[in-house]
Design a protein around this ligand. Structure first.
Ligand code: NAD
Ligand code: ZN
Length: 355
């Protein structure tokens, strides 16, 4: 056993509770590496598994270790692994696809039906001190990058995946709905791709203040009493004549935000749906048809890690660590989760760190 400290892990139970319990030091399969996890971000989906026991059809039937936004240092490499050595610092790509099926072979491995995704039932996650993970889904991070930044690659990858689906161009006006971690990441990625101006909405002042601190000047505090037409007009007025949004990255999943975005978009624009809300949503389909407004969806990511690591390290997003508002030690994981709930409006990304 190479780990020097106990391998404590953060578990969720189906009765809506979370707890910490020690697990064995992992065995290293031939194609895997054992990683000492140094930083892990908490995602909204984890709060969901905790508080409701499910996300859609995906249920917590058995106690599960959470976590899928991680970075750390390699302790051990499997016998088949040639491209890593102990001491390499890595960011963990959590969706382990089969690389044998039609989707995987065609490159859309985010749609692999056999994907094992860390921290999503039935696959245990990365919120423990030591984790074994297939080497193919580990990505080296430079010496100049912190583990905390390495753990931000996952949420930034969701955004990079969405941006890849919409390909915003130089000077293209963009709307981002929702200033949570995913919305802010989408705004950063769209701006890096050349989109301008970028307008961001939220219901919450604190989150919009975060957007402003990233240099996004056009922010809109949404009033849920607005009709979808009024929503559209407010956004168009905010962005100005000639700058009506051509792409809307919808990162809330809220019915009113989705319908409103369709009215904000210029004729021929694209709604890029990232947010997950109710399983069924009403769309103003005729308003879309008569104006050729398209809807495109985006699920997780593929081939984003190397690009995001490079952009993050070269500060193309500015200081992305501003997304991290709270950090806790691994032993304080329960407190970290509580903070996501009690300080939800003031927190963006809460991370768990280990020495
Ligand atoms: P979050 O809950 O932290 O942020 C959502 C933000 O939207 C909040 O700040 C909230 O105040 C705001 N909001 C809610 N209703 C709104 C409305 N009507 N108008 C304007 N703002 C509103 O969530 P997050 O972690 O940023 O994730 C955003 C969404 O992306 C979630 O629905 C999540 O499930 C989804 N997601 C999708 C993928 C994917 O692969 N497609 C991956 C990760 C997350
Ligand atoms: Zn596959």
């Amino acid at each position: 056993q190479r780990g020097e400290k106990p391998n404590v892990a953060l578990w969720v139970r189906k009765d809506n509770s979370i707890y910490m319990r020690e697990i064995p030091y992992p065995t290293c399969a031939p194609d895997a590496c054992v990683v000492h996890i140094k930083a892990t971000g908490i995602c909204g989906s984890e709060i969901h598994f905790w508080k409701t026991g499910r996300i859609g059809d995906c249920k917590v039937d058995h106690d599960l270790v959470l976590g899928h936004e991680s970075a750390g240092i390699i302790l051990e490499v499997g016998s088949n692994v040639t491209n890593f050595k102990a001491g390499d610092r890595v960011s963990v790509e959590p969706g382990v696809a089969c690389f044998e099926c039609k989707q995987c072979i065609s490159g859309r491995y985010n749609l692999c039906p056999k994907v094992a995704f860390s921290g999503t039932p039935p696959t245990h996650g990365t919120m423990s001190r030591y984790v074994a993970h297939p080497a193919r889904f580990l990505h080296k991070i430079p010496e100049t990058m912190t583990y905390a930044e390495g753990a931000l690659v996952e949420p930034l990858s969701v955004a990079a995946g969405a941006v890849a689906r919409a390909s915003p161009k130089l000077g293209q006006p963009v709307l981002v709905c929702g200033a949570g971690p995913i919305g802010l990441a989408a705004a950063l990625c769209a701006r890096a791709a050349g989109a301008h101006p970028v307008c961001i909405t939220d219901l919450d002042e604190h989150r919009l203040a975060q957007a402003k601190s990233f240099g996004f000047e056009h922010t809109v505090k949404v009033d849920l009493k607005w009709t979808r037409e009024e929503f559209g007009q407010v956004i168009r007025d905010k962005m100005g004549e000639g700058c009506h949004p051509e792409i809307a990255f919808e990162c809330t999943g809220a019915q009113s935000s989705i319908a409103g975005s369709i009215y904000a978009l210029i004729d021929g624009g694209t709604l890029l749906q990232v947010g997950c809300g109710k399983p069924e949503i009403e769309l103003p389909i005729m308003a879309m048809s008569f104006r050729e407004v398209s809807i495109v969806t985006s699920f997780r990511y593929k081939q984003t890690w190397p690009v995001v690591i490079r952009l993050l390290n070269d500060k193309v997003f500015g200081d992305a660590t501003q997304l991290i508002t709270h950090s806790f030690k691994l032993e304080e994981s329960l407190e970290a989760f509580q903070t996501c709930v009690t300080a939800s409006e003031r927190s963006i990304k809460v991370q768990i760190l280990d020495d």
